[in-house]
Design a protein around this ligand. Structure first.
Ligand SMILES: *Cc1c(COP(=O)(O)O)cnc(C)c1O
Length: 349
């Protein structure tokens, strides 16, 4: 945002580009940060006892099932570092979240990419679990599934997903990245944390960056059986979650009203953007997250750039093989309106 202000001399930039919560963090989280600030001369609790306790209670799981990360990206990276070597490969879907590729290649491992569902499918560009299953070999060690996926917003339903996990060999780690789980209110969206009991090779990741609006503090976590958490914690840097982040995360987790309100605002905004797209005969991918991937029927990069000149930042996703799409984070009603005004102006040019 500062770059854009400097380069184009614009003010009042609207950023709908990184799927941040437009409501900002819970006031309780901000207070917790301020209260913890005088003690930053002291190292954080390397085991994050209180935060792990709070998470264990929240999810009704054992403390030993939790691995904390400097954002969930850190946890995804720990998984790659523990389980992937040049002899093995990780399996992902086309159009899947970019971190899986980066962490896999950084671990020196191979990447297998399954084709996504076709554009004409009921879940266009969504993960095709049958195609993924078909690629599993004896060298496949980790499968990353974003549910819902970023940048598409598409998701995999409970029944299909559990059948997939059941069908995968026990020595293949299945990672379900649930960064947007709190937004997913679809009936068939799985309660995958409950499956940890049944599937020892399952790892579910969550983050405080999205609905909890603490992206700048960097806190995420994995939930798995203690055996896997034990391995991940062995390579984790002891102070990877700082003391302000630990304090804020606990407060954010407790503020259920703020989460509910964030869900409500998102639902309204998602519907607003969907309807606006329909009015403009623009199609979009199905989404249960806090963003919408909109097909603007032409190369999206010039549109993205023109929107920048209007002071609106969204995300072009050509790097995900979706060259005609823009991913737009759901904002508050006025922000969405502001984006739509800018889009209309730019598309009319
Ligand atoms: C945003 C996002 C994350 C969260 O990353 P953090 O490191 O926790 O900020 C993880 N996975 C997906 C798919 C995301 O979109």
């Amino acid at each position: 945002m500062e770059d854009l202000e400097r380069e184009l001399g614009l003010r009042d930039i609207l950023k709908l580009a990184s799927n941040e919560n437009p409501l900002g963090p819970s006031p309780h989280a901000i207070k917790a940060i301020l209260d913890a600030a005088p003690n930053v001369s002291i190292y954080p609790d390397g085991h994050a006892y209180l935060l792990r306790r709070a998470l264990a209670e929240f999810h009704d799981i054992a403390d030993e099932s939790i691995t904390l990360g400097n954002g969930s990206n850190d946890v995804l990276d720990l998984i790659a570092r523990v389980f992937l070597t040049p002899e093995y490969s990780a399996l992902i879907s086309d159009h899947a979240f970019a971190m899986y590729r980066i962490s896999t290649l950084a671990a020196g491992a191979h990447l297998q990419i399954a084709p996504a569902r076709p554009m004409t499918d009921a879940m266009p560009y969504g993960h095709d679990l049958a195609a993924m299953k078909g690629l599993v070999t004896s060298r496949t060690r980790v499968i990353f599934i974003a549910n819902p996926n970023n940048p598409t917003g598409t998701w995999v339903g409970s029944e299909e997903l559990e059948a997939f996990i059941q069908s995968v060999p026990d020595d293949v780690i299945v990672v379900l990245d649930e960064a947007y789980a709190e937004y997913a209110d679809q009936d068939d969206y799985p309660d995958a944390i409950r499956w940890i009991q049944r599937y020892p090779n399952l790892v579910v990741t969550r983050t405080f960056s999205k609905i909890h609006a603490l992206a700048g503090l960097r806190v995420g976590y994995a939930i798995s059986r203690p055996e896997i958490a034990g391995l991940l914690n062995r390579v984790r840097h002891p102070f990877n979650v700082n003391s302000l982040a630990q304090a804020a995360a606990i407060a954010a987790l407790e503020d259920e009203a703020h989460v509910k309100n964030s869900q409500k605002i998102n639902k309204i905004g998602l519907e607003q953007l969907r309807q606006a797209c329909e009015h403009r005969a623009l199609s979009y991918l199905p989404s249960v997250a806090n963003f919408l991937c909109i097909d603007i029927n032409r190369p999206a990069l010039p549109v993205y750039k023109a929107l920048l000149h209007e002071g609106v930042i969204v995300r072009p996703v050509a790097n995900y093989g979706l060259g005609n799409f823009l991913r737009v984070t759901i904002g508050r009603e006025k922000q969405n309106q502001c984006f739509l005004l800018a889009l209309d102006k730019v598309l009319a040019l």
